[in-house]
Design a protein around this ligand. Structure first.
Ligand SMILES: [Zn+2]
Length: 495
């Protein structure tokens, strides 16, 4: 039993007569984005996840190995959840010739209707910007990775199926979605592959949510699998407890209220925005904060909030009860929804208010003009509630920058910057280990969707709890699953 990469020297990644299927890791291998795994049997091919990766691999022209085979040869696509790093290449896949169905939960289908057109808008916008530069340099222009029209065509291929229902996606592959918390509609996928005599079942975890999440029901227990393909984003980290996080948040709101100053919260439109609204409303109900105007300043977040109300099956018992009694859990008393740019600009003159606006990492979006008008004011509170990638304005604020550049202007940072890490939608290291403990018989584990440090630390922790095989594929690696006997062979793309 080893926690290290399993090299299988000489193992052929080709399917032989004794093999049932193979799994190719096209993305999210030793990294957190671009989730794409190709399942190939003797009779059919299913793409699990269709995520967009970091910069690079974004060119519109076809990239060898992007899909592992011509898209028209893929029979079905199955998605765990709507986040773009799991779905953002769908429009490109369809534009490249994919004509089959895309299976997802109803919540995921709803969110895709908001997120994919937005992703397409960003792609078109980025290409326009690049082209203005290229044009000035007299160089050939680029095309966007995909367009709004491509996104619409991709959405037309989505077929939603409820959680817990078995769906036969090809002649020999059946899947079932199981709740996994994380975001609205998010699921783990149980996958059965069968021939006339044998069958194997594995679980693709998707992004694993928290058991102490306020809105969503905790991940469903999954007792059996021949092996588990599991995310490892926070494999080396524990989150601050929700209780501590909420206490700190209340303290910030009290202070801003006492001084009549604003609280600015950069949010992702899906998930975090709704969670913050929920806590604000609950604080008001409990009487632990004084009600004040709260602006949800993001058309996409407003749409996403409406979709949350439609997908109650994903929520915790408490929240379902609340909605059942006619309450709106996402509506603080003085909530104002601002859709137009004019309404958004008008907030600049208000004091003593809370503003939720995108983008979540302060890279563009309406939060930028709020920051420009308030960052220099001592007394303003900026509350960071999500992950901030390197190189973003959000990260600079978290790291204590004294000056940031916003829309070409240098703005002094006199506001108080708070980082509340406890709102993460991902299970932390303990949460991941607990999720894995839910399986009987310690199935072999394949770690995906994590940076190397997080993956190595998690692999070590898993093995420390008892003998079990853990492997960590690199991009291009293949797991070959025989019809019987050992769960799989792992063939490195490099050997
Ligand atoms: Zn996710």
């Amino acid at each position: 039993m080893t926690a290290h990469r399993v090299h299988a020297p000489g193992a052929s990644p080709k399917l032989t007569e004794t093999d049932l299927f193979r799994l190719r890791f096209l993305g999210a291998a030793r990294e957190v984005t671009g989730s794409r795994y190709l399942l190939e049997t003797h009779h059919s091919t299913v793409l699990l996840e269709c995520g967009l990766g970091q910069a690079g691999g974004r060119a519109r022209q076809s990239v060898p190995g992007r899909w592992g085979l011509p898209p028209e040869q893929i029979d079905a696509v199955v998605l765990t959840h709507a986040h773009i790093d799991h779905t953002g290449m769908l429009p490109r896949l369809v534009a490249d010739g994919y004509r089959g169905p895309v299976y997802a939960t109803p919540g995921t289908e709803d969110l895709l209707g908001v997120l994919l057109p937005d992703a397409a808008w960003i792609q078109e916008h980025e290409a326009q910007r690049t082209n203005r530069r290229l044009q000035r340099q007299g160089r050939p222009l680029v095309e966007p990775l995909y367009t709004l029209e491509d996104a619409r065509r991709a959405l037309g291929r989505v077929r939603s199926h409820p959680v817990d229902e078995r769906v036969r996606v090809t002649g020999d592959v059946t899947v079932r979605f199981r709740h996994t918390g994380h975001i609205l509609g998010a699921a783990s996928i149980e996958v059965w592959v069968r021939d006339e005599v044998h069958h194997r079942r594995f679980v693709l975890s998707g992004d694993i949510g928290r058991t102490d999440a306020a809105l969503l029901r905790p991940p469903d227990p999954l007792p059996t699998a021949d092996f588990v393909v599991m995310e490892s984003t926070y494999g080396d980290r524990e989150h601050r407890s929700m209780e501590d996080t909420l206490r700190e948040f209340r303290g910030i709101l009290d202070d801003a209220d006492a001084r009549g100053e604003n609280v600015l919260i950069p949010v992702f439109a899906v998930g975090r925005a709704q969670e913050i609204l929920y806590h604000l409303r609950r604080f008001e109900q409990e009487g632990s904060i004084r009600p004040r105007p709260v602006f949800l300043d993001s058309p996409m977040a407003i749409d996403a909030t409406e979709l949350h109300q439609r997908n109650r099956a994903c929520f915790s018992d408490e929240l379902r009860e609340l909605i059942g009694s006619g309450e709106d859990p996402f509506r603080p008393q003085q909530l104002e929804l601002t859709r137009t740019a004019e309404e958004s600009m008008a907030i600049n003159d208000r004091r003593g208010v809370v503003v939720l606006a995108g983008s979540g990492m302060c890279q563009g979006g309406r939060i930028m003009h709020h920051l420009k008008h308030h960052l220099w004011r001592p007394g303003t509170h900026v509350v960071i509630v999500g992950f901030q990638a390197r190189g973003t304005t959000g990260r600079a604020l978290v790291d204590g920058a004294k000056m940031v550049k916003i829309r070409g202007q240098r703005i002094a940072v006199k506001a108080e910057i708070h980082t509340l890490g406890g709102f993460s939608a991902h299970a932390d290291r303990s949460g991941l280990l607990d999720w894995l403990d839910g399986f009987h018989d310690a199935p072999p584990v394949v770690l995906v969707h994590g940076e190397p440090d997080a993956q190595d630390a998690l692999a070590e922790a898993i093995v420390a709890r008892g003998p079990r095989s853990v492997s960590i594929p690199e991009r291009g690696d293949v797991l070959v699953v025989p019809r019987s006997g050992d769960a799989f062979r792992h063939a490195s793309a490099r050997s």
